[in-house]
Design a protein around this ligand. Structure first.
Ligand SMILES: *[C@@H]1O[C@H](CO)[C@@H](O)[C@H](O)[C@H]1NC(C)=O
Ligand SMILES: *[C@@H]1O[C@H](CO)[C@@H](O)[C@H](O)[C@H]1NC(C)=O
Ligand SMILES: *[C@@H]1O[C@H](CO)[C@@H](O)[C@H](O)[C@H]1NC(C)=O
Ligand SMILES: *[C@@H]1O[C@H](CO)[C@@H](O)[C@H](O)[C@H]1NC(C)=O
Ligand SMILES: *[C@@H]1O[C@H](CO)[C@@H](O)[C@H](O)[C@H]1NC(C)=O
Length: 432
């Protein structure tokens, strides 16, 4: 009896162990891991670049590099004019106060944007960690500046909000100990790696780390990573592809990808000297989301908080506007797949998505046509069967178009009765 149950337990554990894929520390094995499904469903996330570079808030989050390594004139002049000659980059850290920072307020803003995940810079290339890393003595937010564990505050506020997932950005310098620390302490579901410094993945032991992440870490079932794990890995190895900053291929990719971009076109970190024209308009942002999702990507839209912990009101407005647009049009974005055509061959600025569960096609158009009708030349339609609906309004009339597709007759809505601005979505059922 006892022997039989021991055998049974052994058998169970063999079955259990062999059903769990064990990844090897090499790319062919790691690249075979299916991306956890939540990421493709989420479509929209928020990137946050925050750190000591937010204090000078001049030029770029690469401030230190441009000032003292490249000695770019505007940076050198800025320092000469405003700081004593012996001022060091490290002297900015005490002014990184976070005095107005309230993670709950940030979370409310993020939730109102319709984003499903956020990615916080826990450490940019200058090495300052936003958590009390034991591997970054006196160059972290608990020892200097805010004297608070900012990663913990963001992580806790997000966890209290069931709809938002935590992602952490980490620059590879200072090697692996910090990565293990971040994963075990904060359990992120996105790990956004960057900053390989042109060293190969073998230098960083990236495959060794990823094998641990996928096999044994506390987030092994849900975590997703990107492709920045060493020279040559970008757009080729790892989890989803980023390929470049502001990547926008304009066509469908077979591999899951993400377009990381920033509302302030010229910087990821906060810039006090950014003029309004450098901020993307909500029309541009909606257009970017639509094209990105249609081509199989996720959009990761960046904001740069101030050193005292506020999200600049103009960036907050963009986030809230995106949320308003998604409240009407989210059905065409979240949980969708790429359709067989991404854009329309007749009508410019018109992008398609598809919901396989319901066999519905979505057509998002970015300009309201002056003549009151929009032509969709890609779908195959059947009179009496195909139904068309404008999201936020209701069913619409349509007629067949030549040579293919349909012409949808839009209602003459006054601006005050538009369901949304900046872009509209048609939902087609009974079409293919
Ligand atoms: C990589 O891992 C796979 C297991 O998925 C193994 O079969 C293969 O031999 C490994 N390749 C190298 C080069 O180590
Ligand atoms: C690389 O990572 C693996 C997995 O964590 C670890 O076992 C191994 O010791 C690391 N190799 C080096 C050279 O640090
Ligand atoms: C997307 O799919 C997930 C998993 O099936 C579900 O939990 C979620 O509610 C869906 N979201 C939307 C907006 O349809
Ligand atoms: C889709 O848009 C791209 C530009 O984004 C354009 O080059 C291409 O011709 C369009 N495809 C169709 C079918 O119109
Ligand atoms: C309406 O304008 C669109 C372009 O906005 C054009 O493709 C379409 O042919 C026009 N329809 C009519 C009936 O003129």
């Amino acid at each position: 009896m006892a022997a039989a149950s021991v055998c049974f337990l052994l058998l169970l554990s063999v079955l259990f162990c062999s059903s769990r894929a064990k990844f090897e520390p090499n790319w062919s094995s790691l690249d075979s891991r299916p991306l956890p499904a939540w990421f493709d469903q989420a479509k929209f996330g928020i990137f946050i670049h925050w750190g000591v570079f937010s204090v000078p808030s001049f030029g770029s989050e690469w401030f230190w590099w441009y000032w003292q390594k490249q000695r770019l004139q505007p940076y050198v002049d800025f320092m000469k004019k405003n700081y004593p000659p012996d001022f060091r980059y490290q002297d900015f850290a005490p002014q990184f106060t976070a005095q107005f920072f309230d993670a709950k307020e940030w979370t409310d803003i993020f939730a109102s944007s319709g984003a499903k995940y956020i990615v916080l810079t826990t450490k940019h290339h200058e090495g300052f960690t936003l958590w009390g890393s034991k591997n970054s003595w006196n160059w972290n937010a608990v020892d200097v500046g805010p004297k608070r564990d900012l990663v913990d505050e963001v992580a806790s506020a997000l966890r209290a909000h069931s709809n938002l997932r935590l992602g952490l950005y980490h620059s590879l310098f200072e090697l692996c100990p910090e990565l293990y620390e971040l994963i075990t302490k904060y359990r992120p579901e996105v790990l956004w790696s960057d900053g390989d410094g042109d060293a190969p993945d073998s230098y960083w032991n990236s495959t060794g780390f990823l094998a641990w992440l996928y096999n044994d870490s506390p987030v092994r079932d849900t975590v997703v990573t990107n492709d920045r794990w060493g020279l040559g890995s970008i757009c080729k190895h790892g989890g989803y592809y980023t390929c470049s900053d502001r990547y926008q291929p304009g066509h469908l990719l077979k591999h899951k990808w993400e377009n990381c971009m920033t509302i302030d076109r010229k910087s990821w970190g906060y810039r006090r000297n950014a003029p309004l024209r450098d901020y993307m308009s909500i029309q541009e942002l909606v257009a970017m989301l639509v094209e990105t999702v249609s081509c199989g990507g996720n959009l990761l839209m960046n904001v740069g908080p101030t050193p005292d912990g506020r999200i600049p009101p103009l960036m907050e407005e963009r986030l809230r506007q995106m949320g308003r647009w998604l409240q009407v049009n989210g059905g065409a974005i979240y949980n969708t797949s790429a359709w067989r055509a991404q854009n329309d061959s007749q009508t410019p600025n018109l992008w398609y998505t598809f919901r396989p569960q319901e066999q519905t096609i979505f057509a998002m158009f970015l300009e309201w046509p002056k003549n009151g009708s929009v032509v969709l030349s890609e779908p195959l339609v059947t009179p009496g069967v195909t139904q068309v609906e404008l999201l936020g309004v209701g069913p619409l009339q349509w007629v067949t178009a030549a040579p293919t597709g349909l012409r949808v007759l839009l209602p003459p809505l006054p601006v005050s009765e538009m369901p949304c601005e900046w872009g509209w979505s048609l939902r087609l059922s009974g079409a293919s």
